[in-house]
Design a protein around this ligand. Structure first.
Ligand SMILES: C[S@@+](CC[C@H](N)C(=O)[O-])C[C@H]1O[C@@H](n2cnc3c(N)ncnc32)[C@H](O)[C@@H]1O
Length: 283
């Protein structure tokens, strides 16, 4: 029964998020659900699956999916990628959008908000450069719990120190009784929404820069293709895409071309017109 129960839980995660828990990663289920079992007094996976079969247990279903999501994140994760944003991507966009002075950025799979706040710091650190610009940063995630935490914007001492130097931490965050909170001017350009990256994107074609880092790693191939199609729909025709350094678009989408000789950074590419190949020896 337990193997079937593992498969049922893996299927649930797949149906709700597009993520695949292949047989060799199913061990994660027991570890990830241990806390939920304790909270709910559930003794084993088979019991959980029986409870999930009860249609009234939608809340439990959501809790199971939440527990299986990996929300690992920290400020300026893969700092070299943020350096590239500062030195290559933002100057390119600043030149292209000099007439409108507007930039829209989407952090898809933003977890608890550190990625969106790191982006906001890139702008806040150069106030003169971006004076008079309207910068909008949208952070989305399928995890309601992560989005709630991102909106709450309170970080523990451990979280605040992951990726931030002391100067940046003191400059952009204030210590409160609950933890560290971003200063209002840092938080202002950011909006957080719960959203599945497989759904029709917000504001198609409007985003100058889309980040979807460390999100699609465990997606089933068909869903990864679909997610890249959604990201392409969202990105402006001359916009940029950044994914995780260990991830690739190759084999999943023809809508992006590698940029700056760096794995993980792409420019949106106009779709190529597929002309029928000339027949060899034909008329
Ligand atoms: C490992 S975190 C990465 C966070 C951040 N992008 C970073 O690189 O630090 C992956 C995030 O993707 C989210 N995620 C997983 N499947 C998703 C989906 N179908 N739609 C939107 N977000 C999803 C998870 O909830 C999680 O918060």
């Amino acid at each position: 029964m337990s193997e079937i129960s593992h498969r049922i839980v893996a299927d649930l995660l797949y149906a709700r998020t597009g993520q695949q828990l292949t047989a060799n990663r199913r061990w994660r289920i027991d570890t990830a659900l241990a806390g939920l079992f304790r909270e709910r007094g559930i003794t084993n996976l088979d019991q959980l699956v029986c409870m999930l079969a009860d249609a009234r247990e939608e809340k439990l279903t959501l809790e199971v999916v939440e527990a299986l999501l990996n929300n690992e994140t920290y400020f300026f994760r893969d700092r070299l990628m943020f350096d590239l944003l500062a030195t290559e991507v933002l100057p390119d966009l600043a030149a292209k959008r000099a007439d409108t002075r507007r930039l829209s950025i989407w952090s898809a799979g933003c977890s608890t908000g550190q990625e969106a706040l790191s982006l906001a710091m890139l702008f806040a650190d150069q106030p003169q450069r971006w004076q008079g610009w309207r910068i909008d940063i949208l952070g989305t995630d399928i995890s309601g719990r992560a989005i709630e935490a991102a909106r709450g914007g309170v970080y523990t001492q451990f979280e605040i120190q992951r990726g931030l130097g002391v100067t940046q931490m003191l400059r952009w965050f204030t210590e409160t009784a609950d933890g560290w909170r971003p200063r209002p001017e840092l938080r202002r350009p950011i909006r957080f929404e719960r959203r599945n990256v497989l759904d029709v994107p917000p504001d198609p074609g409007r985003f100058d820069l889309v980040l979807c880092r460390n999100v699609l790693l465990y997606f089933a191939p068909a869903n990864r293709n679909k997610a890249f199609a959604r990201l392409a729909e969202a990105t402006a025709a001359d916009g940029w895409l950044m994914i995780g350094a260990g991830e690739t678009v190759a084999g999943h989408s023809e809508s992006f071309a590698p940029a700056c000789n760096t794995s993980g950074l792409y420019r949106r590419e106009a779709p190529t017109l597929h002309r029928p190949a000339a027949k060899v020896g034909g008329r």
